[in-house]
Design a protein. Structure first.
Lengths: 399, 259
């Protein structure tokens, strides 16, 4: 049984055809290996090449670099379908490359950096990561302490990163470093080649979900990187990071939509088949209505995500608010659907041979990565309050 | 080099619809998709044209109502153009009727090579490529697992039960390609966009100069008289190991002539 997806006013026929491409990629290249990669803690390197050949790693980037020159609507469809692979870790691995590591480079990096790092990453020949979080700085990005000190034509980098997706085997990292004063203005981004002497991968982190995505702890000990690897301007790093969170948040929201579709589909199959007290579970109104809730929740999230994708594509300033709302709602909706479908499966749902417990674990991190739900609420509320403060009629009450 | 690939558009196997109880044929009123067993021929044709350095891949399909859903997928993979043949008189065509139509449409392209799948995933007659070759007066090679073009000849590895035959054949030739021998590429978003503007020639029986009495229900020499449920899968044989299980497994495989 397939999920009864409605036609969307946001998508064209080409998006639908592309969805079919990604669905068959997932069916042929990921699902058969999902268990193996979950156990290994990483997907195969070969998968990046296959995804590159299928044009999945550079949807939004220029055709000169091997990309497809599309917009965030295509990204949303890609993420929805990748999320149905029964291995969110694998989906994270691919999107951490195409969306997280490359997005800032596409907008801010020099042509040399784009040719040297982006083009092979889009082809799937190189693996990239985004390195921002540190043991002492997660939500509070401005608190990072990894230092880059200028010495002649080089930056000398020392410090530590953690929770870095693709981190244990990335060929390069789009790395946030402190080049200046403490606080938000002293941060810059450099492209860091991981064969630089002094770089070391610490532990591969053992985590609750998304287990096929390798997550690394990284150490930098006086690593020399040419100043030419600076992305954009010195001191602008935080601005670049914050202005590119939209893509990451959209990816998480769209993952959630894809997972909800998949879970509802698996749930309907099970509920139609499983007999209790002489009736299929679907015969009980309490479960039929829970399916109605889940499908409505899935579609509401999808609309928020598509609306955000549209605004982000148009570089509309309202995109940031829309994507924060999409990500907040998505994390909560998918966590609730995962819990419902787990409950629906009774004892079978507890068994690792079913994909249900894996999804349940995988979605736990959706309210953390790419900005926590608390931070999303903070951003949304700030945006609301700012409208009160700038509206002259409300000035009195605001004071 | 010009390669023509026969492409069948079939109901989605994930949502196949139903049999028409009157005619015992598949209702084809749902959206049609590219038959997966034809995607191997498309891929092989694209690889051959790539290797030749120039040329094009043209698709030929017969379906009702000028349906192009499946053709667009193959165009998005990289084929250059397509012919779709539709005509109300084609309903009920058997394999030979279909072959007459395909042969006429292919001949207009004057191809160097014609590729087809060995059999379709919805009909499984498995005779169309050979009939097309006969009607066109071309040599036919079946069950190809690889094809290369060298010095104006096709060199084909033809799968057999024991291994494969090396076949050399002058061009043009009609070759049926075994499913699974190449990895069909995924239609990229760029390819999907490009496919929208690729030319698709819509033809009917008049345009092909085919008499309606030769095809469709009127010309069919084949009739489906009954359809039965496939027998349910029987339970397999369980071999308990009393120390001699390996010998019994060998004997079992030997019986099946697998060893
Ligand atoms: C699987 C996974 C993959 C990741 N991949 C990457 C990656 O590739 N690159 C990268 O740089 N990072 C990555 N991260 C890190 C991720 O971005 C951070 O974990 C996230 O930003 C939260 O930071 P933190 O863990 O330090 O939590 P903290 O910031 O310490 O937050 C702890 C708790 O406090 C709450 N909190 C914090 N500040 C406030 C506030 N102002 N008001 C109210 N509540 C607050 C948070 O919401 C949270 O509930 C990854 C994380 C995970 C789990």
């Amino acid at each position: 049984m397939g999920y009864p997806r409605q036609p969307s006013i946001f998508l064209s026929e080409e998006h639908d055809a592309f969805r079919t491409t990604v669905a068959s990629f997932v069916q042929r290249e990921i699902r058969p290996h999902a268990d193996e990669w979950e156990a290994a803690g990483e997907c195969s390197r070969e998968l990046y090449r296959k995804a590159g050949a299928a044009g999945l790693l550079g949807l939004r980037y220029s055709e000169e670099l091997g990309g497809s020159g599309l917009d965030f609507m295509a990204t949303a469809v890609l993420a929805e379908e990748l999320a149905k692979s029964d291995s969110i870790g694998t989906a994270v691995s691919l999107m951490a490359q195409s969306e997280f590591a490359l997005a800032i480079l596409a907008d801010e990096a020099s042509d040399e950096i784009k040719a040297r790092w982006m083009a092979p990453a889009i082809a799937g020949e190189l693996i990239g990561a985004i390195g921002v979080s540190e043991p002492g700085a997660g939500s509070d990005v401005a608190a990072i302490t990894t230092r880059a000190v200028r010495d002649g034509g080089d930056y000398v980098i020392s410090g530590q990163k953690t929770f870095i997706s693709n981190g244990t085997r990335a060929d390069f990292i789009t790395l946030a470093v402190r080049t200046g004063e403490p606080g938000p203005k002293g941060i810059s981004l450099v492209v860091f080649p991981t064969d630089t002497p002094g770089f070391e991968v610490g532990r591969r982190l053992d985590k609750l979900g998304a287990r096929a995505s390798d997550t690394g702890e990284l150490y930098f000990d006086e690593c020399r990187v040419p100043v030419a690897n600076l992305v954009g301007e010195e001191g602008q790093g935080l601005r670049y990071i914050l202005s590119h969170f939209g893509g990451e948040r959209l990816v998480i929201a769209s993952f959630a939509v894809g997972i909800m579709e998949r879970l509802i589909e698996l749930g309907l199959d099970y509920a139609a088949e499983r007999q209790t007290f002489g009736s299929p579970i679907l015969g009980f109104q309490t479960w039929r209505h829970r399916f109605a809730e889940m499908a409505t929740s899935c579609e509401a999230t999808r609309l928020l995500a598509y609306q955000a994708a549209r605004l982000l594509s148009d570089r509309d300033p309202a995109g940031d608010l829309a994507v924060s709302m999409a990500k907040l709602r998505a994390a909560e909706a998918v966590q609730s659907v995962a819990a419902e479908v787990l409950q629906l499966h009774g004892g079978f749902g507890q068994m690792e041979e079913s994909p249900i417990p894996r999804y349940y674990r995988d979605v736990a991190g959706f309210s953390i990565g790419a900005g926590t739900s608390e931070i999303m609420r903070e951003l949304i509320s700030r945006s609301l309050i700012s409208t009160i403060n700038t509206n002259p009629t409300n000035k009195e009450t605001a004071r | 080099m010009k390669v023509v690939v026969c492409v069948k558009q079939i109901p989605d196997p994930a949502d196949p619809g139903a049999l028409d109880p009157e005619t015992n044929t598949l209702k084809r009123d749902t959206k049609l998709i590219l038959d997966e067993s034809d995607s191997y021929g498309v891929e092989m044709a694209l690889q051959l044209v790539d290797a030749a350095g120039d040329g094009e891949v043209h698709l030929v399909s017969m379906a009702a109502n000028n349906e192009v859903g499946g053709l667009r997928t193959a165009l998005a993979m990289g084929a250059s153009s397509a012919t779709i043949v539709s005509d109300d008189a084609l309903g009920g065509s058997d394999a030979l009727g279909t072959s007459k139509v395909l042969a006429a449409a292919i001949a207009r392209q004057e191809p160097d090579l014609v590729l087809a799948g060995t059999e379709s995933s919805d009909g499984y007659t498995g005779v169309v490529p050979e009939q097309v070759a006969e009607l066109m007066g071309l040599p036919s090679v079946t069950f190809a697992k690889s094809i290369s073009i060298e010095g104006g000849e096709a060199k084909i590895q033809r799968q057999t039960e024991a291994g494969y035959d090396d076949v050399e054949c002058p061009l043009p030739v009609v070759v049926s390609v075994t499913a699974g021998v190449v990895e069909p590429r995924y239609p990229s978003f760029k390819g999907i966009m490009a496919a929208k503007s690729k030319p698709v020639d819509e033809l009917d029986l008049d345009a092909l100069g085919i008499d309606a009495a030769q095809v469709g229900w009127a010309g069919a020499g084949q009739e489906i008289v009954a359809v039965d449920e496939a027998p349910a899968r029987e339970a397999g044989e369980v071999i308990e190991d009393d120390g001699d299980a390996h010998e019994r497994i060998v004997a079992f495989l030997d019986d099946l002539k697998i060893l």
